[in-house]
Design a binder for this molecule. Sequence first.
Ligand code: NAD
Ligand code: UGA
Length: 478
Amino acid sequence: MSSPSNASPSAFGPIRSICCIGAGYVGGPTMAVIADRCPGIKVTVVDLNASRIAAWNDPDLSRLPVYEPGLDAVVARCRGRNLSFSTEVSAAIAAADMVFLSVNTPTKLKGVGAGQASDLRWIEASAREVAACAQGHTIVVEKSTLPVRTAETVQAILAAAQRNPSDQSAAAPCTFSVLSNPEFLAEGTAVADLEHPDRVLIGGDDPAAIEALASVYGHWVPAERILRTNLWSSELSKLTANAFLAQRISSINAIGALCEATGADVHEVAHAIGTDSRIGPKFLKAGPGFGGSCFQKDILNLVYLCGHYGLQEVAAYWQAVVELNGWQQHRLARLVVQRLFGTVTGKRIAVFGFAFKADTNDTREAPAIRICQDLLEEGAQLAIYDPKVSSAQMTDDLGQPPQAQGEGVWRAAETPEEAVRQADAVVILTEWASFASLDWSMLVPQMRHPAWLFDTRSVADLAAARAAGLQVWRVGMG
Ligand code: NAD
Ligand code: UGA
């Protein structure tokens, strides 16, 4: 599996022990793959959240806190061998040659930059923890997505510890090198993305530290895919990559709306433009708008940075990508209401899919949240079916508990069959593969007629749905 020929020792000697602070969607899978591919490196993932760590340690692998195809097998291979999950943050830092910071960096909710800038309190706290506990020379790797020049802050916190070795329990002075190594995995394909990355990006100004980290990835990533840049290029490349990907989605959704108005079909348009090798076919799927924890937050962060540097026109350009996304979500909710004779008050609507994309249990910024909230505001009764999202998570996201009867209420359904009973419409909001093979001839007789299918993900078999008696609407189809 691993190809040690790519892995060259660094000036520090080979890395033997890694600590990762943050056992979330990035820290958990990333460290599991590093442990899998580098059996000689001891990898400890730490988190303050004891229940999350307990879930990572659960003997029942179906209960890992992150659902990703293939992750259970990777964890099964290395947990207890060279991969462990712990709440003992200080001890893991002290034992590590290399510490990854993989903590959350959400949008600030209050204070300067609220609604745009990233909240760096968790990065600062973890950098302080490293400063307090590290021993000897430690390479500190920014894995979280951060505003450009955050490494300066991390360096400043660590430098204070470096200047004051008497604070350290060990006799040897402690020193640090800071690297930026943003993560490009997408949820739902995290394991495959980590095992076969398009590239690994390492930014830094200490060549020996860069080579030490490159040698970890060198166990399985071809050398030509390991890119080296300065710190600021690396930090900014991550924000830029997400901004470009999100911009393609807003672009195709904008064209999709025009297709609906003109009789063009966005899938044909996407195919026609995607065959131009300069444009390429990926990230041209029209849908309910992008969700996920990062696109919106990272673009807003970019907008904030542009404003900070006085680049108002650049800020406005990127801001429009986020605005178009919000508009698309409200537009789809309005459209459902319009088609259902202008009112959904007291009407049952089956919502298929709540996760922000298929193959994940993550609902952060899921388009389903905003669309369901709009429909609830209009008085609908929603029955939501998602194969991986719990009713408790939906309660958190929708801001109200489930309720069986009334207006503006929702409940979770265990199956699509249960969701469609007496419903006036099915709205597909996540592209789960199982929605492609739904048996409409069995579902539709359970519904109230005239009944609609709104397919915002273009996954359903429209011919079968029509044949079963549904009126159908698909995103971007005129
Ligand atoms: P997450 O919220 O799932 O996980 C972060 C974890 O860090 C939490 O479990 C939290 O308890 C822990 N934590 C915070 N402060 C801590 C501290 N001081 N000590 C110990 N643990 C601490 O977040 P995530 O989705 O894994 O994202 C992490 C970073 O990676 C973010 O900056 C995000 O932008 C970036 N990123 C995420 C993805 C993704 O697909 N989710 C992809 C690429 C990059
Ligand atoms: C995205 C990026 O793809 C990753 O490279 C990046 O590391 C990550 O953000 C991050 O920084 O967090 P992710 O959000 O997990 O990954 O998933 P994507 O596959 O990018 O999908 C994001 C959203 O866009 C989803 O809601 C998806 O349904 C939507 N999307 C995607 C479309 O509507 N159309 C498309 O063509 C592609």
